[in-house]
Design a binder for this molecule. Structure first.
Ligand SMILES: *Cc1c(COP(=O)(O)O)cnc(C)c1O
Length: 248
């Protein structure tokens, strides 16, 4: 069974989330207009995407390129909408991302950066990318590992190579820390990510302006610690039913 959601429910959810963003921004002296609410629509039907557009959402995150390809027209119905790949990308699916997505936020290894650079060179396009950092140091997660507050040389070497790729534009860092009941639990990971960005900007000539961090369970702490993009699925469009998906 596909889990359906009403437009009115989505509108109510957006109001709640926007209020929480505004409160969290106020607590940390930030301007809430600097924070973008990204709707995560994996496993959700095209109709849900259309509802989100009607409710004013313009930024979308998707995880599975084949699934996205099947509902791409829903996103493209609104010219100002933009779509980011946020899931682990297999090399053989990279072409779909180069063809269909506006941005690639889950750049989690050097090989996929090289692949994307080649694909984007062929297509004469520049892909805005976010570097995925595994700050929760979980084996199950993708991205460069940050076991503590130090910055590994191996990461800096890869970062320099990626920064030099002419068809990739490194605009930010992205993290997906462990699931936490309490937003507070993940605050240290949000702080760590902000510090990595500060280091790269100060010592490596980087221009990192975006931090994509915070999901349904922990976005308030992420906003307090500097998130510029929060990625919300469940709190916006309800729980996911993975069995409804045709293929990963
Ligand atoms: C699924 C997903 C989300 C959304 O998580 P929710 O807890 O449903 O808000 C955010 N980011 C990534 C990378 C995801 O895969």
């Amino acid at each position: 069974m596909m889990i359906m959601i009403e437009l009115s429910t989505i509108q109510k959810n957006i109001d709640i989330i926007q209020k929480n963003i505004a409160d969290a921004a106020a607590r940390s002296g930030r301007d809430s207009s600097d924070i973008t609410l990204m709707a995560v629509t994996k496993t959700k039907p095209a109709e849900t995407v259309s509802f989100l557009l009607r409710a004013g959402i313009r930024c979308f995150g998707e995880n599975y390129p084949d699934e996205t390809a099947g509902k791409i027209s829903a996103f493209r119905a609104e010219p100002s909408a933009w779509l980011a790949m946020i899931g682990h990308l297999q090399s053989r699916k990279a072409k779909i991302v180069a063809d269909l997505f506006d941005e690639f936020h889950s750049l989690d290894r050097l090989e996929i950066a090289e692949k994307m650079e080649t694909l984007c060179t062929e297509r004469k396009r520049v892909m805005p990318v976010m570097i995925e950092c595994n700050v929760g140091s979980e084996d199950s997660k993708s991205g460069w590992l940050f076991a503590d507050d130090s910055i590994p040389d191996s990461f800096l070497q890869d970062f320099e190579k990626i920064s030099g790729m002419s068809h990739l534009d490194v605009k930010g860092l992205m993290i997906l820390p462990p699931y936490a009941e309490e937003a507070e639990t993940n605050r240290r990971y949000f702080i760590r990510t902000r510090k990595i960005a500060e280091y790269l900007n100060q010592y490596c000539g980087a221009h990192i302006t975006e931090l994509s961090m915070g999901t349904s369970s922990d976005y308030t702490a992420a906003v307090e610690e500097g998130a510029t993009i929060i990625r919300i699925g469940t709190a916006l469009v309800g729980p996911r039913d993975y069995s409804a998906k045709a293929s990963l």
